[in-house]
Write a new protein. Structure first.
Length: 428
């Protein structure tokens, strides 16, 4: 087995592969002059810039390597979580991805069995590894590949480590059906193509991370929407049923009041079911459909306090402005959560919602005169609703504050900076 460091690679390149008689059609070894290398690299970079699917680009890169270096096949191995796994291969004249690759190294089961400690140690030293049949027969790393190599007549393999900074990201492997000597120009081109492979691997990794983050964000959004629809409706239904129960059990209770609250609970249940179905079909909640933010807030406050002892107060101050849909949605959800929390816990006499428009800011204030609570980190973070309100405010660039104390009521305020492009007078 031959190994050389990158620093001394070109000086020792003639010794890196043990030359042996070659078939007649390979007696004239290919040479790569600078003009040809430049053309290859430019074409590859153009492919990288215009190929939306990075896996297809990696396959194209392997095809270029196979063609330019007269290899039988080529593969790109990703190194992740301590494992080398073949992710893209060019074999049998075709670009193949996981699931279609004939090489056994593409399966996770085999990847976990590969004993690659020696290879990994050399790759980490940025050494190029050149192997031959005698290495295939004795090296542990080839334990699961020997039959495959024998069937395909593989006589040599060249491994080029792929680094991003100091991190090993993978290895580019070319396999040959004959022994051959690599010229320095060829090795330089192989390294340059390997650098493009590293770039594509990193872009692929970042795309996967972004996709995973997007999926997680969508899951969180769905959790918030479920919380803001079903949970709110159930709270209101529970309040109605409790009021009906009191009306039926109290000596001075009214049967008519109990019946009215039961009917209202039934209406809320039907409304909740309808809203849930509609919310699945649209991001914009039913409460904001064809209505302004102030109209939606006033209606929600009225519905949550109707038939209870709580006195609702709604007020708009200043000249309203038209807001982006996302901003309206988040403000409505914050107010919805705050009103819902007050109805459940505050035992308040009055509950107010106020929108204040100033030239450069908008303030949403939800307050009550209820029992309040002592602010601590544990109470602030205890409920999903409080965390959700904080996250919603941050998403639209707002700042949320909570003011409360025992028997002093509670005020939840969102302060939002208005952009200069928002228009006034058409949002009421």
């Amino acid at each position: 087995m031959g190994t050389v460091s990158l620093f001394n690679f070109f000086q020792h390149l003639g010794q890196a592969f043990n030359p042996a008689p070659t078939p007649p059609d390979t007696a004239q070894k290919p040479t790569v002059d600078l003009a040809q290398a430049n053309q290859v690299l430019q074409a590859s970079l153009s492919k990288l810039a215009n190929e939306p699917d990075l896996k297809n680009f990696l396959g194209h890169l392997l095809m270029v390597c196979t063609d330019r270096f007269m290899a039988s096949e080529a593969g790109l191995w990703r190194y992740e979580n301590g494992l080398f796994c073949l992710s893209v291969s060019y074999e049998d004249g075709e670009i193949k991805h996981e699931g279609a690759i004939a090489h056994p190294g593409a399966t996770r089961a085999i990847a976990r069995k590969i004993r690659n400690q020696d290879v990994l140690a050399r790759l980490r030293k940025r050494e190029i590894i050149s192997d031959y049949p005698e290495d295939f027969a004795t090296q542990p790393v080839y334990e699961h590949f020997r039959d495959y190599f024998q069937q395909r007549g593989i006589q040599a393999a060249l491994k080029i480590p792929l680094f991003l900074g100091d991190d090993l990201r993978g290895v580019l492997v070319m396999r040959f059906q004959y022994r051959r000597v690599f010229m320095p120009e060829e090795a330089e081109l192989a390294f340059a193509l390997g650098n493009q492979a590293v770039l594509a691997l990193e872009l692929t990794r970042l795309a996967e991370v972004a996709q995973s983050a997007a999926i997680m964000e969508e899951r969180n959004r769905m959790a918030r929407d479920i919380h803001d629809t079903l949970a709110q409706q159930f709270t209101s239904i529970l309040m109605r049923l409790q009021a009906a129960s009191l009306a039926l059990t109290e000596p001075d209770g009214s049967l008519a009041d109990a019946q009215a609250n039961i009917e209202r609970a039934s209406d809320l249940a039907r409304e909740g079911l309808s809203n849930t179905r509609r919310s699945v079909q649209a991001l914009r909640p039913p409460a904001l459909m064809d209505r302004t933010l102030s109209e939606a807030l006033a209606d929600y406050l009225h519905r949550m306090t109707e038939g209870t002892a709580v006195i609702p107060q709604f007020r708009v101050m200043g000249d309203p402005v038209a807001l982006p849909e996302e901003t309206e949605l988040e403000l409505f959800r914050i107010a919805q959560e705050a009103v819902n929390n007050s109805c459940k816990h505050a035992q308040a006499r009055t509950l107010s919602v106020q929108l204040t428009y100033q030239p450069t800011t908008l303030r949403l204030l939800v307050g009550d005169d209820g029992i309040g609570f002592t602010l601590t980190q544990s109470t602030t973070l205890k409920g999903f609703g409080l965390i959700s309100m904080q996250q919603r405010a941050e998403r639209i660039g707002g700042y949320l504050t909570i003011c409360s104390d025992d028997n002093q009521g509670t005020q939840i305020c969102v302060l939002l900076t208005l952009s200069g492009g928002q228009t006034r007078g058409n949002a009421v």
